[in-house]
Each structure stands twice: as structure tokens, then as C-alpha cells.
Design a binder for this molecule. Structure first.
Ligand code: FAD
Ligand code: NAI
Length: 467
């Protein structure tokens, strides 16, 4: 029976990064993956294909709308959807092959099949249709990720009623796309299909979009999305979707109860969150017991209640983000190797890759108010930033929240072009315990969008220069 120092179940960003770090630390490592390719949700049906489609559809819209304003004359762009979908598939292919290369380079042994933990230190691998095999290890890391949450009574066929996976591969542009859930997936993929020509209506249970994001940012973002043509029906829920005819008929009710109205659409995207995935792992027999939301409980060292079994990524508590899973992968490998692995959950950036982008790190105003923390706000709009004006991309602002007593940066919220890249500066500042004044005193290149971050830091002390 093959024997390892570590078996990682799942090759998503949590699992594959954990395996590589463990191999770097000298461990003999095996990875068990049930899907045909490595990389998990993120590389196959998540981050990478969605960003490829966001990129391509943004260029499509830019060519149609913004080029003429810059003096670039092109014929009205025509959509070649099969080629755009191939562009997305190529992006996935390149990334998943990259993981296979890294496994070979780090001498990580990959086993294809569903991994089931039959005892602490023992994993049975069952390939589809083939005989199973058994592997032994000193430690096991569960990195089995998550799956789309289902809407009660609504069956997903991935053709007309789709999860994000189906929405990444629609064969034609829907005339009307109904999106259930104004979260990150709904707004990213809603943006993609709107740019390609669909009418998009988003139905959201709460009375606001993007729960968890700073409310002021979410309000401005909703206005910008509406200007782009996306309609929102807030405080509403989809009670049922009738798919018996050619057009889908969704019964939409006020969240608080009341009479339903009907929305007709040709495709419905259900994007109401994701749930941890533990199917087939055999946890019912050997533990650990799942919490009320189906997550695997772990302690500060990612250890479950079963000795030698650890868990990381979407299958445990915390934001379901690839970089959070990756950092946990590194930390748990270091902990198993006897080092001091650690993840700072106060500094996990969050980016929504729409146009403009939304990016944040640290606390929102609502969280600081709820915790009774006194804070100062520094805000700077992109309308006053030279580079944004040059590019004529002036939507949005940077907002910095700093402790009223110490000036320490507690949260940074950006809405604007390239916000996702700009948030890295804020994350480093927070990781190093910077004060707003530290950012304000740091020389920023001109003309760049990050100058707005510096100006927002100056604005904390009411001394922004260009406002
Ligand atoms: P996963 O990536 O889900 O990987 C789990 C792996 O385990 C899978 O390959 C699965 O096949 C395998 N597995 C499960 N059970 C078994 C078993 N018993 N045996 C063997 N193998 C098993 N996050 C971001 O940070 N940025 C983004 O831009 C972003 N975009 C997203 C877009 C979409 C449409 C979606 C759906 C998600 C997106 N996410 C994004 C979230 C991100 O994909 C997840 O947070 C991340 O993939 C979690 O990593 P993980 O390693 O925990 O699990
Ligand atoms: P989400 O949690 O971001 O948003 C779900 C939305 O659906 C919420 O606003 C919620 O109030 C609403 N909702 C729930 N039930 C509803 C109902 N019955 N009717 C109407 N609305 C309802 O979940 P989403 O968008 O599915 O994404 C899942 C996760 O995937 C994200 O939370 C994120 O962790 C990850 N992700 C990250 C991305 C990024 O980092 N750029 C991109 C895409 C996904």
C-alpha cells in the first residue's frame, strides 16, 4: 500500500497549493482528485473562466462604445460567441495544465478518483468505473471545496435554469436573463451577458445588493449597474420557476410575503450562494461532525476533531475565496511540518470583477459602528484623479476607514476601474499595521489611479490636495 506523509483530498486552490508547500517542506505528498482536471472550482468553473468572459465581454463593449470617443474607428463589432467561449476554455486549459506541471515538478503523486477516508490515516480512492485502491498517510487534508446552493423546488438543468457553471457556457445570448441573487456571481455573470446583448433582471431577497460589502459602496455600485442597463428587484424572492413552456415563468414574491408577480425569461441563473461539499468523503462513519451549515469545524491549526485530519478552503468557515483557500493551504502544510503557519483573517481582500470593479479589505463602516469603534473616514473620488480623467474612467471613489485614536487603517473600500489591483496596496499597509498617515506619506507615481488611495489617506486628516 503506497504510504505518504500527507494526502490532500481535492486539487482546488486550497488543495494544490497545500500539496506544493508540503512538498517544498520535504514531505512525500499525494493528491486525490475526482474530476478530470486539477484546479477545482476556481480554475475549471469559477475564477478563471468567469474572468476570461468578463475580460472578453468588456473588450466587446469597449470596441462598440468607447473606441469611437477615442478616435478609433472600427466597424460595429459582431459577436462570435463560440470563439469567445473557446477563448474562455483555452484560459482554463492553460491554467489546469499549469497545476499538472507543478505537481510533476514537485514530485506530487496524483490519484484520480473519489477519495473516501476509511480510517484516520487511510484514504480509499475510487476512480469512475474502476477498482479502488487504498493509500496511507501520517496526515490528511480535506480540501473538497463547495458547490452551488440550490433553490428549493427549482431543478437546475444547466441549459435554461443554470448555476454559474451553465452560465459560463450558454450556447446563445439569452434575450432575457433572470438572475436570482444579487451577490458576486449574479453581478459578474449578469454583467457578462448584458454586455453581450441580454436584458438582465436581478431578483434579490434582501433590500440591498452585495451583502457584506460597505453599504455606501453597494449603493453607488447599484446605481452604476442600473445605468448600464441591469434591473434590480430587491426585497423579493423567486418562489418557483415554471419551465414547461418555451419561455420560463418565474413566480416572484415580496420577501416579506404577499402576492406573486411573474417574470418571463429564457434563461434563469440561480446564484444564491455556495455550500460546502463533503459528499463521498465518508465523514458520517469516522467524523468529524459537520456544523449547522454543513462546514467542517476546525481549530486555529486547521485540525478537525479527528486526530491527523485537517480541513481548509471553502469546506470550512470563512469567505469562500480562492486566495483565502490558498493561504490556508500554505498555513496547514507549515503547521503539519511543525512550523508556525498562520492566516490573518482581518486582511483578506475581496474583489468583484465587474466594470467598474469593487474591491475591499478589512472592516466596513457598518461593522465598525456595530463594534462601537470610533473611526475617521477619508474619501477621494476618481473624478479628481488625473489618470482616471485622462482615461475618462471616473466612476467611483476610494474610502479609507482609520481608527480615530491611533489612525491605524481598519478598512479600505474602492469602487473604480482597476480597483482589484489597487486593493493590494491597502492589504500590505494593513498587514504591516500602517496608519493612514503612512499611506499618505508614501510617494505614489503620477499619473496613476493609486494616487487616489494616497489622497483618500490624506483626506482622513482632511488634507487631500486635489479636492
Ligand atoms: P475547490 O476549488 O472547490 O476544489 C475542490 C476540489 O475537490 C474539486 O476539484 C473537487 O472535484 C475535489 N473533490 C471534492 N470531493 C472530492 C473527493 N471526495 N475526492 C476527490 N476529490 C474531491 N474566488 C476568488 O477568490 N476570486 C474569484 O474571482 C472567484 N470567482 C469565482 C467565480 C465563480 C463562478 C465561482 C463558482 C467561484 C468563484 N470564486 C472566486 C470562489 C473560488 O472558486 C473558491 O473559493 C475556491 O475554488 C475554493 O477552493 P477550494 O480549494 O477550497 O475548493
Ligand atoms: P453570494 O453569497 O455572494 O450572494 C448570494 C445572494 O443571493 C445574496 O445577496 C443573498 O441575499 C441572495 N439570496 C439568497 N437566497 C435568495 C433567494 N431565495 N432569492 C433571492 N436572493 C437570494 O453568493 P454567490 O453570488 O452565489 O457567490 C458564491 C460565492 O462564490 C461568493 O460568496 C464568493 O465567495 C464566491 N465568488 C467570488 C468571486 C470573486 O471573488 N470575484 C466571484 C464569484 C464567486
Amino acid at each position: 500500500m503506497p504510504s505518504y506523509d500527507l494526502i490532500v483530498i481535492g486539487s482546488g486552490p486550497g488543495g494544490y497549493v497545500c500539496a506544493i508547500r508540503a512538498a517544498q517542506l520535504g514531505m512525500k505528498v499525494a493528491v486525490v482528485e475526482k474530476d478530470k482536471t486539477f484546479g477545482g472550482t476556481c480554475l475549471n468553473v469559477g475564477c478563471i473562466p468567469s474572468k476570461a468572459l468578463l475580460h472578453a465581454s468588456e473588450r466587446f463593449e469597449e470596441a462598440g462604445r468607447a473606441f469611437a470617443r477615442m478616435g478609433i474607428k472600427v466597424a460595429t463589432p459582431a459577436l462570435d460567441l463560440p470563439t469567445m467561449l473557446r477563448f474562455k476554455d483555452d484560459a482554463v486549459d492553460g491554467n489546469v495544465k499549469g497545476v499538472a506541471f507543478l505537481f510533476r515538478k514537485n514530485k506530487i503523486e496524483a490519484h484520480a478518483g473519489v477519495g473516501r477516508i476509511v480510517a484516520p490515516g487511510r484514504v480509499e480512492v475510487k476512480p469512475a468505473g474502476g477498482p479502488g485502491s487504498t493509500l496511507d498517510a501520517k496526515a490528511i487534508v480535506i480540501a473538497t471545496g463547495s458547490d452551488a446552493a440550490r433553490l428549493k423546488g427549482v431543478a437546475i438543468d444547466e441549459k435554461r435554469i443554470v448555476s454559474s457553471t451553465g452560465a459560463l457556457s450558454l450556447e446563445r445570448v439569452p434575450r432575457h436573463l433572470l438572475v436570482v441573487g444579487a451577490g458576486i456571481i449574479g453581478l459578474e455573470l449578469g454583467s457578462v451577458w448584458r454586455r453581450l446583448g441580454a436584458q438582465v433582471t436581478v431578483v434579490e431577497f434582501l433590500d440591498r445588493i452585495l451583502p457584506g460589502i460597505d453599504a455606501e459602496v453597494a449603493r453607488q455600485f447599484q446605481r452604476l449597474m442600473e445605468k448600464q442597463g441591469i434591473s434590480f428587484k430587491l426585497a423579493s424572492k423567486v418562489a418557483a420557476i415554471d419551465s414547461s413552456e418555451q419561455v420560463l415563468k418565474a413566480a416572484v414574491e415580496p420577501a416579506a410575503g404577499g402576492a406573486a408577480s411573474t417574470i418571463e425569461a429564457d434563461v434563469a441563473l440561480v446564484a444564491i450562494g455556495r455550500v460546502p461539499y463533503t459528499e463521498g468523503l465518508g465523514l458520517e462513519a469516522i467524523g468529524p461532525k459537520l456544523d449547522e451549515r454543513g462546514r467542517i469545524p476546525v481549530d486555529g491549526r486547521f485540525a478537525t476533531s479527528v486526530p491527523g485530519i485537517y480541513a481548509i478552503g471553502d469546506v470550512i468557515a470563512g469567505p469562500m475565496l480562492a486566495h483565502k483557500a490558498e493561504d490556508e493551504g500554505v498555513a496547514v502544510a507549515e503547521i503539519i511540518a511543525g512550523k508556525a503557519g498562520h492566516v490573518n483573517y482581518d486582511v483578506i481582500p475581496n474583489v468583484i470583477y465587474t466594470s467598474p470593479e469593487v474591491a475591499s479589505v478589512g472592516k466596513t463602516e457598518e461593522e465598525l459602528k456595530a463594534a462601537n469603534v470610533a473611526y475617521n473616514v477619508g474619501k477621494f473620488p476618481f473624478t479628481a484623479n488625473g489618470r482616471a480623467k485622462a482615461n475618462q474612467q471616473t466612476d467611483g471613489f476610494v474610502k479609507i476607514l482609520a481608527d480615530a485614536k491611533t489612525d491605524r487603517v481598519l478598512g479600505v473600500h474602492i469602487i473604480g476601474a482597476d480597483a482589484g489591483n489597487m486593493i493590494a496596496e491597502a492589504a500590505i499597509a494593513m498587514e504591516l499595521g500602517a496608519a493612514a498617515e503612512d499611506i499618505a506619506r508614501t510617494c505614489h507615481a503620477h499619473p496613476t489611479l493609486p494616487e487616489a488611495v494616497k489622497e483618500a489617506a490624506l483626506a482622513v486628516d482632511k488634507r487631500a490636495i486635489h479636492m
